[in-house]
Design a protein around this ligand. Structure first.
Ligand code: GUN
Ligand code: ZN
Length: 483
């Protein structure tokens, strides 16, 4: 039994990778649909035909099922499900968090998951709800860690997932991440985030996930437990989450909800089916609404949309355009925008993982000024070689009497002509300058000025920018452009 994880492409802290479990390969980011054997709206075989390489099911449901328990023990999980990709089993911790007690021990669920041939097994971790006190979060985290250690001692060769808990407390999450890292697990789910997502607490989600990631090893595959709505996948991937499990495609279908990458819609309120999937192109909204097969057709559509978003994210990572996708998705709900802004507030730590060169950089408004590429530019600006008298020119025209003339491109800042073709100057597209991007560019000038206090600096710019330039680069010598 083995799990290995190989990172192939990176963007922000996101990665395209290959997870290998036993003899199965899973391209990541990946979506693991949740399969309930009692009501398979979409069968695992159909999922496989849609490109699903891994799924997740609940060991607790199998264990209690008169219909499936003995069969799973005799034939194995893959045969019962009719699926030969990777199958992960969850322990029943989710039931524990929803219904209180579950009548199964850590050892029993692990033994059962092994016995039915699960590819990735999960101990009986404790999902601490967000409103729990610090004391409770600490105590439950200690139990979770004991159970992971017990699992390793009982089944040293198993493909064990090491859940990261810690409630809403970022220091506990980071500590939990470090403890899981020190146990050497190759697969770590971040747990107890469902209530945050259900309540649109994306800002807290970002804090908690980034804290866990700080403790975890970059070589570990990260699963975000219970994250199933495609509108938040890009945000989660940007933080370094590699796998998701979704029951949303089925739960939403049951409630007559039609998933799109930017939110979900009530099927009763739809006049059109704005989606290229085969369900939506084969019938009208009215026909879907009135179909006897409505729940299954909606589930199929929901799954198609969810899988397509995962594919789009993998492509964006390879293209170096994940920030643009995060920006796009997070504008579909103000609370997602709050999560995006929280992510940007952590740009300094994300910048360490972010590639130094990308195919392109599109300016999409003031948030763009806080992206990793801008931050990195401001960090390297002090290394530009300078003469004694330095002119930064906004319009490319010179003023006599300077040893060094630098051009200016917001939101980055000053650059020597030799860098005009290199990333990000050469690959960035910006619209007509706005105040935010000019302020950000001026922060680049300020970084240069502060690194060279002995030199003389002047800025040549249009009247319209003089006020901002003087606010951002106090004491600057300014030449106004003649218009
Ligand atoms: N499903 C959703 N959240 C969790 C969690 O925190 N732990 C486990 N085991 N399953 C989950
Ligand atoms: Zn569709």
């Amino acid at each position: 039994m083995t799990i290995t994880f190989e990172v192939i492409h990176k963007d922000i802290a996101g990665r395209v990778g290959k997870l290998r479990v036993n003899d199965k390969a899973v391209r990541t980011p990946a979506l693991l649909p949740v399969v309930n054997p009692h009501l398979p709206l979409v069968t695992p075989r159909e999922m496989q035909e849609m490109g699903v390489e891994a799924l997740i099911t609940n060991a607790y449901i199998f264990r209690r099922s008169t219909e499936f328990c003995d069969r799973a023990l005799a034939e194995g999980l893959h045969a019962v499900l009719d699926f030969d990709g990777a199958v992960m089993t969850d322990s029943g911790s989710f039931q524990l968090s929803v219904y209180g007690e579950v009548e199964v021990s850590n050892r029993e669920t692990l033994e059962f998951q092994q016995a039915i041939g699960s590819d990735i097994i999960v101990p009986l971790d404790i999902p601490t709800p967000p409103d729990a006190s610090r004391e409770r979060a600490e105590q439950e985290l200690a139990v979770t860690m004991d159970r992971i250690r017990e699992a390793q001692a009982l089944f040293p060769d198993a493909n064990l997932a090491g859940p990261v808990q810690g409630g809403i407390f970022t220091d506990l999450r980071e500590e939990a991440g470090r403890a899981v890292r020190d146990l050497g697990v190759a697969f770590a789910p971040i747990g107890a985030v469902v209530p945050l997502m259900e309540n649109y607490r994306y800002q807290d989600l970002v804090r908690v996930v980034l804290a866990a990631k700080r403790g975890l090893s970059p070589a570990t595959a990260i699963h975000l437990f219970g994250a199933g709505h495609p509108s938040m996948f890009a945000l989660a991937v940007a933080m370094g989450c590699d796998l998701f499990d979704s029951a949303a495609y089925a739960l939403f279908a049951r409630e007559g909800r039609y998933i799109t990458p930017y939110g979900s819609l009530k099927i009763d309120e739809l006049a059109e089916l704005p989606c290229p999937c085969k369900v939506c192109r084969s019938m009208t909204a009215n026909e879907l609404r009135q179909s006897e097969d409505r729940e299954r057709l909606l589930a199929l559509h929901n799954l198609h949309v969810t899988l397509a978003e995962i594919a789009r994210i993998r492509q964006a990572i390879q293209d170096g355009t994940l920030w643009e996708l995060v920006d796009e998705r997070c504008r579909s709900h103000p609370r997602l925008l709050a999560g995006y802004r929280e992510l940007l507030a952590h740009a300094a730590e994300l910048e360490r993982d972010d590639p130094v060169s990308k195919r392109r950089f599109f300016y999409r408004g003031s948030e763009t000024c806080r992206r990793t590429e801008v931050l990195r530019f401001h960090e390297v600006v002090p290394r530009i070689p300078l003469g004694e008298r330095v002119l930064v020119t906004f319009d490319g025209r010179e003023v006599p009497g300077f040893d060094t003339v630098l051009n200016f491109k917001p939101p980055f800042g000053p650059y020597p002509v030799e860098l005009a073709e290199t990333f990000p100057i050469g690959q960035s597209e910006v619209p007509d300058w706005d105040d935010d991007m000019v302020r950000s560019g001026c922060a680049g000038i300020r970084a240069l000025v502060e690194a060279h206090p002995e030199k003389r600096f002047a800025i040549r710019c249009a009247d319209a920018w003089v006020r901002i330039v003087l606010e951002e680069v106090p004491g600057a010598e300014v030449y106004r452009e003649q218009v």
